[in-house]
Design a binder for this molecule. Structure first.
Ligand code: NAD
Length: 477
């Protein structure tokens, strides 16, 4: 007989697994269906983020940063070492272990919370029935009072650059190189292109990034994006804007990439090419069409502010719905939906989603950019503080970048916080909290920050909004 659940969650990534755990915490009988397998064919929860996204990329960024520092920065500290070598298979093995530990951790959390895990694929039959196909190809029906769709996204493949085995690859392939390519081409100067470009550049690859648009990171604050571009270029990444790739093919042991820029048709040859032109929602195989589940023109499930679809008791969260494709956004949606199913009035503050690009320096922001405020005609005040004037940043040798606070000209409420610098992925939480508490720049300015810390740069940027940062010369009020 078909098993009846209060909630069936389809997808075990950061949106789905978090939703499942929260449902179970709230006393709902919950099942989660997930199809992901590791290289050995074993179930591996956590979706893209844990298996081939956020976590493995951060593991490689960490390893490559250590190598880069050993090569280029240890001597600044008086540390003399000779013969630094990169053992790429060892680095990859460490990455795999990090992934294994975390994916196993979710499995343990499922057991502890009594989430029933089903390894295989699921398809909606109607708004209270799910067809489950196990790895043995046997199908069964699961009954559900509520269904949460969290099937995630996949890299967009473009026909002009068809993927090949290990030479033209997507982001997953670029996380798994077993050697450092001498030359690496990347299509797309988005988050993935910049992060993976940073990894292989630090390990010795000559990296060329071809970006179709003329603007660089248009979603970030323009001032900080321009500054970031200078640093990436100085590090040796060749980032070409206005370069639209029109074709790529393996020719012998190299990949020939043809593109158009302002000068006309161009060509480069690289050892490997990464296609990083965005991701698409995984909504093709969930049974949407037969059921009349509304999708938009790009395949995203249409939802309201509470992630309700047009089908009663069917919710969709994470990368398959509107908004940025970010793990933390999906997780918060998972918690919200679980709590609403349990009868609580939960919500997600979509105006306060932090973004981070884990390059060197790190770029992080929350709220509105200066260009967005200008475009909307909002009157605002701005305060900027450079890390070069921070004692802790000087002591650490991390003087690149700045923090910018944008506040409403009349109410002083913080509208945006933008950061470029070391550890900004961590520091941005201060900006997120300030905005969540509806703080003014004066609230931040009146808060005591420990000395010496990088966070003092946020304090000084808040002081600078009113024109009285202490450690910037020539400004007073
Ligand atoms: P993206 O949309 O951020 O960037 C893709 C870029 O490719 C765009 O700038 C686009 O103009 C360019 N492009 C497209 N076609 C091209 C062509 N023919 N020639 C040259 N350039 C071309 O996509 P992404 O970097 O693949 O990332 C996908 C998603 O994953 C994003 O939503 C991102 O937020 C998310 N992600 C987030 C993080 C993080 O939060 N740190 C890390 C990785 C990925």
């Amino acid at each position: 007989m078909a098993e009846q659940y209060d909630v069936v969650v389809i997808g075990g990534g950061p949106a789905g697994y978090v939703a499942a755990i929260r449902c179970a915490q709230l006393g709902l009988k919950t099942a989660c269906v997930d199809a992901w397998c590791d290289a050995a064919g074993k179930p591996s929860l956590g979706g893209t983020c844990l298996n081939v996204g956020c976590i493995p990329s951060k593991a490689l960024l960490e390893s490559s940063a250590w190598y880069d520092k050993a090569q280029n920065e240890f001597t600044h500290h008086g540390i003399q070492i000779k013969g630094v070598k990169m053992d790429v298979p060892a680095m990859q093995a460490r990455k795999e272990q990090v992934v294994r530990d975390l994916t196993q951790g979710i499995k343990a959390l499922f057991s502890a919370n009594k989430v029933s895990l089903h390894h295989g694929t699921a398809r909606l039959l109607n708004n209270s029935q799910v067809e489950f196909t196990g790895k043995d190809n046997k199908t069964s029906v699961m009954l559900a009072t509520h269904i949460i769709l969290a099937t995630g996204s996949s890299p967009i493949n473009i026909p002009i650059a068809p993927l090949t085995d290990n030479m033209i690859v997507d982001s997953s392939g670029a996380l798994a190189f077993d050697d450092v390519p001498k030359t690496l081409g990347i299509i797309g100067a988005g988050v993935i292109g910049l992060e993976l470009g940073s990894v292989w550049r630090r390990l010795g690859a000559k990296v060329t990034i071809l970006e179709a648009t003329d603007s660089f990171l248009p979603m970030a604050d323009e001032q900080l994006a321009k500054e970031a571009l200078k640093h990436y270029t100085k590090q040796g990444m060749d980032i070409q804007l206005g370069a639209r790739v029109e074709g790529a093919a393996v020719k012998g042991k190299q990949v020939e990439v043809s593109y158009q820029d302002k000068q006309g048709p161009q060509q480069i040859k690289v050892d490997k090419l990464v296609v990083a032109v965005g991701r698409k929602p995984n909504t093709k195989d969930i049974g949407a069409e037969q059921l009349g589940l509304k999708l938009d023109g790009r395949g995203f499930v249409e939802v309201d502010d509470y992630c309700r679809t047009n089908l009663p008791n069917v919710y969709a969260i994470g990368d398959i719905v509107r908004g940025p494709m970010l793990a933390h956004k999906g997780s918060e949606e998972g918690v919200m939906v679980a709590e609403r199913i349990a009868g609580y009035k939960a919500r997600v503050n979509y105006d306060n989603i932090p973004s981070v690009i884990y390059t060197e320096p790190e770029l992080a922001w929350v709220g509105k950019t200066e260009q967005e405020l200008k475009q909307a005609g909002v009157k605002y005040k701005s305060g900027v503080f450079p890390f070069a004037a921070s004692g802790r940043a000087r002591a650490a040798g991390d003087i690149n970048g700045m923090i910018k606070v944008l506040a409403d000209a009349e109410t002083d409420r913080i509208l945006g916080v933008h950061m470029l610098g070391a550890h900004c992925s961590e520091l941005i939480a201060c900006g997120v909290i300030a905005r969540e508490m509806m703080a003014s720049s004066e609230d931040l300015a009146m808060t005591m920050f420990a000395h010496p810390t990088l966070s003092e740069a946020l304090h000084e940027a808040a002081l600078a909004v009113a024109g009285h940062a202490i450690h910037i010369a020539g400004r007073k009020k």
